[in-house]
Design a protein. Structure first.
Length: 224
């Protein structure tokens, strides 16, 4: 294989050596333009990827998933920018992630639903902080054990502060467990969920200290 490549290189070099400069350029372009275009694209993609890796912060301030809504809540939206400013996040230092492209119903069939599998991956990996969806679906998600019991020491203050908003699921043992906070009276619920919106905290929440900040934004700044 190496010998063939060497022979090919030698033959091509010999052809080019005897051609005028303009003819050499034309020859290379005519016979190798697809390879050149592919190489340029590869270099561009590689350079862009390297630039993003070098300039994008590796850590997150907060990560929220807004499931089953068609509202634009992601990066660049007014909602996103509003919370970043409210929380005082320096987005050059860390990321703020809002996922608004998850569509699944944990209360219904989830087998084979790639959106549900992605949501579970976020929850199980400990990268997601909170998930927002309709009450029936959030309760079903809570029954899988992937949402934090809000009586946990990490969120006990929230459990007490929002006692009147708590949403419960039933464990396999029949225990009522608080896994959600009702947000049905907020502007977010009205505009993005038709009034049915509950927030659950991941059982593996990485930034529990930021959940109260997010709730305050929704209830104080975004209340209807």
């Amino acid at each position: 294989m190496i010998d063939r490549l060497k022979q090919w290189y030698a033959d091509e070099r010999e052809k080019l050596t005897g051609l005028p400069r303009q003819d050499r350029i034309r020859y290379i372009w005519d016979y190798y333009k697809l390879y050149l275009i592919a190489l340029a694209a590869l270099l561009l993609i590689g350079g862009t990827t390297a630039w993003h890796l070098a300039t994008t912060p590796a850590e997150n301030w907060f990560f929220a998933c807004f499931a089953n809504t068609t509202a634009n809540l992601g990066e660049g939206s007014g909602f996103y920018e509003g919370f970043a400013g409210y929380a005082g996040y320096d987005l050059r230092e860390k990321n703020l992630l809002f996922e608004d492209q998850i569509f699944c119903q944990p209360s219904d069939e989830t087998v084979g639903n790639t959106y549900y599998e992605l949501l579970v991956a976020y929850l199980d990996a400990g990268t997601l902080d909170v998930v927002l969806m309709g009450e029936e679906d959030l309760v079903a998600l809570g029954e899988t054990g992937r949402l934090l019991d809000l009586r946990d020491e990490r969120t006990a203050a929230l459990c007490e502060a929002y006692d009147g908003r708590l949403v419960y699921c039933t464990s396999a043992e029949g225990e009522e467990i608080p896994v959600g906070i009702d947000l049905s009276d907020t502007a977010l619920a009205r505009d993005a969920y038709g009034g049915d919106c509950v927030l659950g905290v991941s059982a593996n929440v990485p930034h529990p200290d930021q959940v109260p900040v997010f709730l305050s934004y929704l209830l104080e700044e975004g209340a209807s």
